[in-house]
Design a protein. Sequence first.
Length: 114
Amino acid sequence: QVQLVESGGGLVQPGGSLRLSCAASTSGFVFYIMGWFRQAPGQERELVATISTGGSTNYAASVKGRFTISRDNAKRTVYLQMTSLKPEDTAVYYCNTERRQFGWGQGTQVTVSS
């Protein structure tokens, strides 16, 4: 079973930055479109960014221009650089394939508050 381990979350003030990491246990990671998702309390989990095997990226409108997704296939790791953070970005952040084909990791909490 593929394991995903997210890290890098924390408490940050509005306007701040964080970099999230997600390490996958499978070498097959390289063949998947990977995504970052987030889930705020009482809300459904939403997809915020994806990156293809070739590095093409897509973003939800709410984060476009502020978040950057990247991947290092050799390290089986996908990253999410978050800048200009807003209180509404507060959520637990998860990674998975775009189609949610792997089991979910524990996520990493991001809290944006002054």
